[in-house]
Design a binder for this molecule. Structure first.
Ligand code: SF4
Length: 537
């Protein structure tokens, strides 16, 4: 039977409590019970004046940021609209149905007031909670980085000298003397938040130009800031040495998805325990290579967490001599693949030459010696050279060198460290961590990108994108903190990665034969049939 049309009686006043409307087992109730954010208020006490208009509560600010993270919202305007309409969000924030939520513009001001230090402390506190709960193992550390697009397009790139000239002219011809520092004049440095060195600038420059800057608080971030006047490496100059984006001057060109875009590197240090807690997160311009902040992050994590990892794992990018030497000297096994330099050129590689340690020389495939010629300290290598006349008369010369001065070999000054790291590669422990790495760190980046908007930063400038990345990493840790205590099946991919590949047991083989006959599993059978067909052809 067709019922009557539904009447709209939405004006009738009803007596209802928000407390009653939210189910007892709702996610935000669980979050509120597990995570007390009162500590944020204590940290930000001295950032506010004693008198004046009351600000938005910093606890509410961080609760809104967590709602933004969990709901995958990318706009603060949309966040306030959503939270106003959502009963559970209102309950979590502590706003009654008739209370108005803060204006979205006040979130920007609060973020600027709190600064990167508070975001860093927030991330560290969440990691502390994870560690106190026993979710951090601390014996294995995984390092990785991912590219994240900046909120700027390559169209905004201009020559760096042009941008510097514009900034200089804006400062020199500022009509109001009080605007000479560029903060009020609308110049490039006007975008720089308080407490941050203007870009580009060296530390001493603030005194010369009279710009009122505070000393940087977070040294690691300042050290990894893009320095446009850095010396070139072996004559190599980066694109960012000559070009700068007017939209986001800290973002640098990177190659992703077959296109040049502006972006950053988001670096993670992940614990090897089952919960995969993120122990450090740092964003650098995209032209700061993944391996460069590795040691800074490692020392920071070790000191802050008081952990003593027995191994550190990363991909080939992390396998630099500097990293391996520092890790091994600290008693941490460097489980990193080494770049294969032997097969980059169509000639005999270094592996084809045998090193004779007592004589300190190499022997080539023809059995001739390559003696020590000189040490290149700037490159950290010793050069060994074969006799030019011997090489020029050698029948294998075409496979060995094109030089008429004899074949040379470069041996690193830290070769024994590299040999040690190379020696790990044959061990089962190394193979296991390499399989584990694929399911420990990379899914965290996928989770951040697919579910929490980290494919592209919402904010601009290095400090703000760091705050954004720290919140996402903290949110990912909060998810693991909340999930702790629930019994869940192990993720199949993770479980499979930890098992070494092995032949099926005799029981499994018998079961397969029972099911599919003596010729085995259908796929194998078809592959065998294909091979037989090919052989016949
Ligand atoms: S070219 Fe020189 S170094 Fe190479 S195999 Fe011949 S003799 Fe040895």
């Amino acid at each position: 039977m067709l019922g009557p049309a539904k009447l709209r009686r939405l004006d009738d006043p009803i007596a209802v409590s928000l407390e009653d409307l939210i189910p007892r087992d709702h996610f935000y109730r669980h979050l509120e019970a597990k995570l007390d954010l009162g500590f944020v208020r204590d940290w930000s006490q001295n950032l506010y004046a004693e008198r004046g208009r009351p600000s938005i509560d910093p606890v509410i600010f961080f609760k809104l940021q967590l709602v933004m993270f969990f709901e995958g919202i990318r706009s603060e305007r949309l966040l306030i609209e959503t939270a106003s309409l959502n009963l559970a969000h209102r309950w979590y924030l502590g706003y009654a149905l008739d209370e108005e939520l803060p204006d979205h513009s006040s979130l920007t001001r609060t973020r600027q007031r709190l600064g990167i230090d508070i975001f860093q402390r927030f991330f560290e506190r969440i990691a502390d909670l994870c560690q106190d709960t026993g979710l951090v193992w601390g014996r294995e550390l995984y390092f990785d980085a991912t590219r994240v697009r900046a909120d700027a397009d390559t169209d905004s790139l201009v020559p760096r000298f042009y941008q510097q000239a514009q900034t200089h002219i804006a400062d020199v011809f500022a009509s109001n003397p009080t605007q000479a520092d560029g903060r009020e004049s609308g110049g490039a440095s006007a975008l720089v938040p308080e407490g941050l060195l203007p870009f580009p600038m060296h530390e001493g420059e603030s005194v010369e130009t009279g710009v009122a800057t505070h000393p940087p608080h977070w040294n690691l971030l300042e050290q990894r800031r893009l320095d446009p006047t850095r010396p070139s490496h072996r004559g190599y100059r980066r694109t960012s040495d000559f070009w700068v984006s007017t939209t986001d001057p800290d973002a640098t060109p990177m190659w992703t998805a077959g296109k040049a875009r502006l972006g950053y590197h988001d670096h993670y240090v992940v614990d090897g325990g089952k919960r995969r807690i993120i122990l450090a997160a740092l964003v650098t311009p995209a032209d700061v290579m993944e391996n460069q902040p590795m040691l800074d992050l490692l020392w920071r994590v070790r000191f802050r967490r008081k952990i003593y990892p027995r191994q550190a794992t990363g991909d080939t990018t992390y396998g630099t001599v500097e990293n391996i030497v520092a890790l091994e000297d600290a008693g941490i096994r460097a489980f990193v693949p080494l770049p294969d330099m032997n097969h980059r050129r169509p000639f005999y590689g270094q592996d084809d030459f045998a090193y004779d340690a007592p004589r300190d020389e190499y022997r080539c495939p023809e059995g001739h010696p390559l003696g020590r010629e000189r040490v290149k300290r700037t490159e950290g290598v010793v050069v060994y050279r074969a006799d030019a006349a011997t090489c020029n008369a050698c029948p294998l010369k075409a496979k060995c060198t094109t030089s008429d001065r004899g074949r040379i070999i470069h041996r690193s000054l830290s070769a024994e460290y590299l040999d040690k790291a190379r020696g790990y590669h044959a061990t089962e422990a190394y193979k296991k961590v390499m399989r584990k790495r694929q399911v420990w760190v990379e899914p965290l980046f996928a989770e951040a990108k697919d579910r929490h908007g980290m494919r592209r930063f919402r904010l601009r400038r290095l400090e703000k994108v760091n705050a954004e990345a720290l919140l996402v990493a903290a949110g990912q840790n909060v998810k693991r903190l909340l999930a702790f205590g629930y019994r869940r099946p192990r993720r199949m991919a993770q479980a499979a990665a930890l098992r070494p590949p092995m032949r099926p047991s005799s029981y499994a083989a018998r079961a397969t034969r029972r099911s599919f006959g003596r010729r085995g599993f259908p796929f194998e059978r078809s592959a065998t049939a294909r091979q037989a067909k090919t052989a016949d052809a």
